[in-house]
Design a protein around this ligand. Structure first.
Ligand SMILES: *Cc1c(COP(=O)(O)O)cnc(C)c1O
Length: 237
C-alpha cells in the first residue's frame, strides 16, 4: 500500500516537473525559473519527505496546528517550509523562526505582528502579500485597489521583507476566465514592480494550483503551489 503511494508520488513529481518545464519554455523561461512548492496539508510527513528525496525543494502548510504537529518530522535540511494559509495574528508567534516565508499576508496588523516577533528573534521573515484578485467576499487577501496602500504601510517595518505577491483566484471551469485573473495578477505585479517602492521587492509571483498551474505559468507565475496532483486527492477524515 505504502509502496504504491510512494511510486505514485515519484511518478507525479516527474510529470508535474516536466509540465512546469514545458510551460516555462513556452513562456520564454527556464525550468529553474519556476519554483515548485508542494502544498502538504493533510499529507503525512513520510510522504512529504519522500517527495523531498525525489527533488522537491519547497513545501507549504496552511494550518498552524498541523504545521506544528508535523514540524519535527519534516526533512528541512533539504527543503524550505512556507506558510500558505490564512494566518490569525494570535498564532503568528508560533511559526516565526520555523517558516522561511509567509505567503498569505493581507493586512497591516498581520505584517506588524510578523515584524514584531521576527525582531524579537533577531531574524527577517520573508513575506508575500496575498491579493484577493477575484474580489470574493469570503476569501482572504487584500483587494487589488488597496494593495499599494498596504505596501506603503508595511514597507518600513523591520523584521519582514516583502518578496512579491500571492493569489488564489476563483475556481472556474472556463480556462479563459482563469487566465483573466492570472493576467490581472501579472499586471498588478508589473505595475508594483515599476513603482519601485522602497524595501518592496517583486521577485515572486505565487499563483496556480493542481488544476491550473500550467496556465498560471504561461501568465507569468514563477511559483506554483501544488497539492492533489502530487500527493493524490485529499482525504479530510
Ligand atoms: C491546498 C492549497 C493549494 C494546492 O491545492 P491543489 O488543488 O491540491 O493543488 C495551493 N495553495 C493553497 C493556499 C492551498 O491551501
Amino acid at each position: 500500500m505504502m509502496e504504491k503511494q510512494l511510486n505514485d508520488i515519484k511518478y507525479n513529481f516527474e510529470v508535474i516537473s516536466e509540465r512546469i518545464a514545458q510551460a516555462a519554455a513556452k513562456s520564454g523561461r527556464k525550468p529553474e525559473d519556476i519554483t515548485f512548492l508542494a502544498a502538504t496539508k493533510t499529507v503525512a510527513p513520510e510522504f512529504i519527505n519522500y517527495a523531498i528525496s525525489q527533488g522537491l525543494k519547497y513545501i507549504g502548510e496552511n494550518k498552524v496546528q498541523e504545521l506544528l504537529s508535523k514540524y519535527e518530522s519534516y526533512d528541512l535540511e533539504n527543503a524550505e517550509l512556507h506558510f500558505i494559509g490564512h494566518l490569525q495574528t494570535n498564532k503568528v508567534k508560533q511559526i516565526i523562526g520555523k517558516v522561511s516565508m509567509i505567503q498569505s499576508v493581507d493586512s497591516f496588523k498581520l505584517a506588524n505582528e510578523i515584524s514584531k516577533h521576527s525582531i524579537k528573534q533577531g531574524i527577517v521573515t520573508d513575506i508575500l502579500v496575498e491579493v484577493n484578485i477575484g474580489r470574493e467576499e469570503n476569501k482572504s487577501g487584500v483587494f487589488p485597489e488597496h494593495l499599494e496602500d498596504l505596501l506603503l504601510q508595511i514597507n518600513n517595518l523591520d523584521g519582514i521583507s516583502v518578496k512579491g505577491l500571492m493569489a488564489i483566484p476563483p475556481i472556474c471551469e472556463n480556462k479563459q476566465k482563469i487566465c483573466g485573473y492570472f493576467q490581472n495578477m501579472r499586471n498588478l505585479f508589473i505595475d508594483i514592480s515599476d513603482k519601485k517602492i522602497d524595501n518592496i521587492r517583486m521577485d515572486v509571483l505565487s499563483m496556480g494550483m493542481s488544476s491550473d498551474y500550467y496556465e498560471a505559468i504561461l501568465e507569468g507565475a514563477n511559483m506554483v503551489r501544488i497539492g492533489s496532483s502530487l500527493f493524490g486527492e485529499r482525504n479530510y477524515n
